[in-house]
Design a protein around this ligand. Structure first.
Ligand code: F7E
Length: 276
């Protein structure tokens, strides 16, 4: 298991974003100084199939957490996992999304994240709580679920290489994403919360690649031509697609963040994981 190494150093408790009393219970129990809200139904395509559940967890779940913090532990700092999905197809003239880019989400998940982002800013301003939004673009690692495109491609390319599978079926190959490494982005979360004042920050690599380019790199790293194996099927298409993402992290770079890993490092790490 990828997470076994950490179980001796952490204490787990049950709680649920749908159950405010459970959030109150763990906050009373641990009296945390820092709270990182990464809880979500985070799969964009699934959010079209389960829009109400997604919104309950992502949007109202965040509000339940903020209410619990306000009532029980107002001195805690709160990190909110905001998402590049909030921008939808809104792009600045130079091709980037940044903190000032307007938000026009194109999925129930994106809409719910916009609500969560807005209620965080509202609670920061109305009640003086220390709440910061990290607006993170796609960040990947071998721990990524295999129904997200990077790990789906890495896993299936390795299975094809090993003769365990014959083809990889995907949806939209033309969409572009700004893919970074989860380790760099988790450091950003900590850095964002450890500033003197709460604020909102973009975290992105600033480099955008298409799903097709992801396939090309992954298969060629295993000495294969993706064109021989990759097919597409409408069942993996979304009712509305977010076409292009590329983030400008200038504000985060100015407080000392710097990515250590490239897109290629990250995909290599995922391929290596499946090979092992
Ligand atoms: O899709 C296309 C798909 O599901 C990336 C979440 O962490 O990042 C993630 O959301 C792209 C899309 O991630 C398949 O249409 C093609 O254009 O890996 P994904 P996502 O939707 O960008 C944001 C920042 C979040 O906040 C989310 O929680 O790849 N694509 N074919 C496919 N995607 C999937 N999953 N499967 C395919 O077969």
């Amino acid at each position: 298991m990828l997470t076994n190494h950490i179980f001796d150093s952490i204490k787990l408790e049950y709680a649920d974003m749908l159950d405010m009393s459970s959030l109150c219970r763990v906050i009373k129990l641990f009296k945390p100084d820092e709270i990182y809200n990464l809880a979500a139904q985070s799969h964009v395509k699934i959010s079209f199939d389960q829009p109400i559940y997604t919104s309950e967890v992502v949007a109202l779940g965040t509000l339940r957490l903020l209410e619990a913090v306000k009532l029980i532990r107002p001195q805690a700092k709160v990190y909110q996992a905001s998402s590049s999905e909030m921008f939808g197809n809104s792009i600045d003239e130079d091709g980037f999304q940044r903190e000032t880019t307007s938000m026009a989400p194109v999925s129930p998940y994106g809409c719910a994240k916009v609500y969560a982002y807005n209620i965080c800013n509202n609670y920061r301003n109305a009640y003086g709580l220390f709440i910061s939004n990290g607006i993170l673009f796609n960040h990947e690692s071998p721990r990524r679920g295999i129904n997200f495109v990077t790990n789906k491609v890495a896993r299936e390319a390795v299975r094809i290489k090993l003769g365990k599978s014959k083809k990889l079926t995907l949806g939209n190959l033309k969409a572009t994403r700004d893919w970074g490494n989860a380790k760099d982005y988790v450091y950003a979360m900590w850095l964002i919360l450890n500033q003197n004042k709460p604020s909102d920050y973009i975290c992105a690599s600033g480099i955008s690649k298409s799903v097709e380019q992801l396939c090309e790199y992954t298969f060629s790293s295993l000495n294969m031509d993706y064109k021989k194996y990759v097919t597409t099927d409408a069942r993996y298409h979304r009712p509305q697609e977010l076409n292009d993402l590329k983030g400008d992290s200038t504000k985060l770079l100015n407080i000392g963040w710097k990515a250590k890993y490239t897109f290629e490092d990250t995909i290599d790490e995922m391929v290596e994981h499946w090979l092992n």
